[in-house]
Design a protein around this ligand. Structure first.
Ligand code: HEC
Ligand code: HEC
Length: 304
């Protein structure tokens, strides 16, 4: 529509102003539907400002007149006051379909026995996902994010060797009440006797050691038997390590370069003992949380 002919054909209204003899200004009013939509958005905005939080005012903001009350399923008030996105979040976390589903699962898991949880893939999947989060929050700081532990401070939870037992009942006890790993030091065992005893201890886990030394060491092992057992398999009632498996929870035997270094490590344990403490969580976590963590840790260790 650039030339005059075209203009005439369409008979577009002009504003009546004329410049330079023939330069006119068209008058194209906005279509009504557009205008009304525009006015509607203005009205909507004003209503919105009145109802909801909207304008910053100094350090504060206009709160709006709309109020909400969020209650949990028992009718306890969780939030009451002006509408805001935090209230909406509280509401969603409390009443959304997924929150309700999570509660149902929690309910069913908390009522189920360990046997039922471990044998029901659905319940186990739920316990595993909750347990994983709780483990990251409460346990990973010591035991590592995957439960692999930190030698010699925090035991590995993913092997299936347990100081205190790997059944769900034992693991639950460990979490509820904590554990004191306590081996007294035997500073009086020195010199050749310590060498021989270390050799004997290593022979228990299949190390090739001097037979004479092991034989002599066996005598000295008398003082160890009360806790580690005559055969060296340990005692989960007092958290005494099994010395016959090749899994070490404290002595860093796998890092040793040779037999002498291994003996030195065992001697160090014999002479200095071990003091480690697993803190109790019974007062920090709910019964349901302990239950799901137990199922999770039990599975980490391959179950027992
Ligand atoms: C402050 C560090 C620390 C934290 C946090 C911690 N633990 Fe422990 N945990 C230990 C120590 C140390 C031991 C070893 C105790 C011993 O020597 O007998 C241990 C032992 C255990 C055992 C027994 C292992 C066995 O072989 O019998 C389990 C199971 C366990 N922890 C699970 C957990 C879980 C699950 C959490 C989180 C809820 C957790 N721990 C948090 C330090 C910690
Ligand atoms: C009063 C009980 C007790 C007596 C006695 C005892 N131990 Fe222990 N021993 C323990 C406990 C408990 C642990 C595990 C400590 C921990 O991990 O927190 C342990 C751990 C060990 C370990 C480390 C094992 C590993 O997996 O790293 C060795 C080695 C060991 N004992 C050797 C001996 C020898 C040798 C004697 C005899 C001189 C002896 N112990 C006497 C309770 C005892």
């Amino acid at each position: 529509m650039t030339d005059n002919k075209d203009t005439e054909k369409h008979e577009v209204e002009t504003t009546g102003h004329v410049w330079d003899d023939d330069l006119r200004e068209y008058n194209n009013p906005l279509p009504n539907w557009w205008l009304w939509t525009f006015y509607a958005t203005i009205i909507f905005a004003v209503v919105y400002w009145i109802l909801y939080p909207a304008w910053p005012v100094g350090d504060d903001y206009t709160k709006g007149v709309k109020t909400v009350t969020v209650t949990d399923e028992e009718g306890n008030e969780l939030y009451s006051g002006h509408w805001n996105t935090r209230a909406r979040l509280i509401d969603e976390m409390q009443n959304s379909a997924s929150a309700q589903k999570q509660r149902e699962y929690l309910e069913s898991v908390s009522q189920a026995s360990y046997e039922e949880i471990l044998s029901d893939p659905d319940k186990m999947a739920f316990a595993r996902s909750m347990g994983k989060v709780m483990f990251a929050d409460n346990c990973a700081g010591c035991h590592g994010s995957g439960g692999q532990g930190v030698m010699p401070y925090f035991p590995n939870l993913v092997d299936d060797a347990w100081l205190w037992g790997g059944s769900v009942e034992k693991i639950e006890q460990t979490l509820l009440n904590g554990r004191q790993g306590n081996m007294p030091g035997f500073a009086q065992i020195q010199g050749q006797q310590a060498q021989d005893l270390a050799a004997y201890v290593l022979s228990l886990s299949g190390h090739e050691v001097d037979a004479g030394a092991a034989q002599r060491g066996k005598q000295a092992y008398n003082v160890c038997m009360g806790c580690h057992g005559a055969d060296g398999t340990g005692n989960t009632a007092m958290g005494a390590a099994n010395l016959t498996d090749s899994i070490w929870t404290y002595a860093q035997i796998p890092d040793a370069a040779n037999l002498e270094e291994k003996k030195a490590m065992i001697k160090d344990v014999i002479q200095n003992g071990i003091q480690r403490e697993m803190p109790a969580f019974g007062n920090r976590l709910s019964k349901e949380e302990i239950k799901m963590l137990t199922a999770y840790v039990h599975e980490l260790g391959g179950g027992q």
